[in-house]
Design a protein around this ligand. Structure first.
Ligand code: DGY
Length: 315
């Protein structure tokens, strides 16, 4: 029987499924395990199933003498030293596709919420501050339909956003490493995208080339009436620069599901701004999607341990 380490409980019955095939050492808490726990338990393990809060670095990989597979319960894999894992012959697997639509739905939720001031309105009512009957200039927001959506990155989530934006009659422009002929949207350079979009949505992975991709200079290129939406990784945006942009009105607002530090520190200036909508990394957070991610993460792990091709391997 194989030995595996699992760093979080998963929704559905997928841990039980895994237990039928392997000896499972499970971290039971919702807080991530300390690195020491992983180091102390990984030595004899054939596989490890992690989430995005566990950093798998050279030290852990070196300790894992038998490790054949790192299965991450996420589409992002910036928390794993992929190069080093590969150099040691370890296969890294992940869970793309199953979370694409849920994440694209949330991005549209953020666009609508920040543009139409949905959270501000909700909070106004709850605080008992809705005192005036209807009048024509009360809480006016910005339209979404017919506006220009600029998508940075054209992977699965970018493509799912194109479909949704069509329904809102939006003009869609995008920038990515290459032109995607199959996508019904205009390929433009990044500066043009920033200068012309009403909604700039980030869908790129976090890696060396995308760290702080949206910095002070790029925020200054955006229209003063534009909104920035990020549901990929917080570190793609220089958060200090974004806070300045929101405070000083270089852009109109932001919808953020991810942050440079998560959970967002209690003293973050973002909490004081009413031109932002904040969600706590909920992109894939639906019952259906999180169960599918569990299925894929467990099956990826087992397939590699059986010597077969996993469903999704990080290339
Ligand atoms: C991921 O999978 O990388 C998301 O950030 C969480 O589902």
């Amino acid at each position: 029987m194989c030995n595996v380490l699992v760093t979080k409980k998963l929704p559905g019955n997928w841990i039980d499924y895994l237990k039928r095939e392997c000896n499972v050492t499970l971290w039971e808490d919702i807080y991530p395990p300390p690195k020491e726990w992983i180091l102390n338990n990984i030595e004899d393990k054939d596989g490890i199933l992690i989430t995005l809060t566990e950093k798998i670095d050279k030290e852990i990989i070196d300790r894992a003498k038998n490790l054949k597979v790192i299965s991450t319960y996420s589409v992002g894999y910036d928390h794993i030293d992929i190069k080093y894992a590969k150099s040691r012959g370890i296969i890294v697997t992940y869970t793309p596709e199953v979370l694409t639509d849920a994440t694209a739905d949330l991005v549209f939720g953020l666009i609508l919420a920040v543009a139409r001031r949905i959270c501000e309105g909700d909070s106004l009512i709850r605080k008992g501050e809705w005192k005036t009957p209807w009048y024509p200039t009360f809480m006016l927001g910005t339209e979404v339909h017919g506006k220009t959506l600029g998508i940075i990155g054209m992977g699965r989530i970018g493509k799912a956003l194109v479909k949704r934006a069509k329904g809102f009659d939006m003009r869609i422009i995008y920038n990515s490493r290459r032109k995607h002929e199959e996508v019904d949207a205009e390929y433009v350079d990044l500066d043009y995208l920033l200068e012309n979009s009403d909604y700039v949505v980030i869908t790129v992975d976090l890696n060396e080339s995308t760290y702080h991709l949206i910095n002070e200079d790029r925020l200054k290129k955006m229209k003063r009436s534009a909104f920035l939406i990020n549901a990929s990784r917080g570190q793609v945006v220089d958060e200090k620069a974004l806070i300045k942009a929101l405070q000083e009105g270089w852009i109109k607002g932001a919808g953020l599901d991810v942050f440079e530090i998560e959970p967002l520190p209690k003293d973050s200036p973002l909490l004081k701004l009413n031109n932002v909508v904040l969600t706590p990394h909920l992109g894939s957070a639906t019952v259906e999607t999180r169960e599918k991610m569990a299925e894929i993460a467990v099956k990826n792990l087992l397939l590699v341990l059986k010597g077969e091709k996993p469903i999704y391997e990080v290339q």
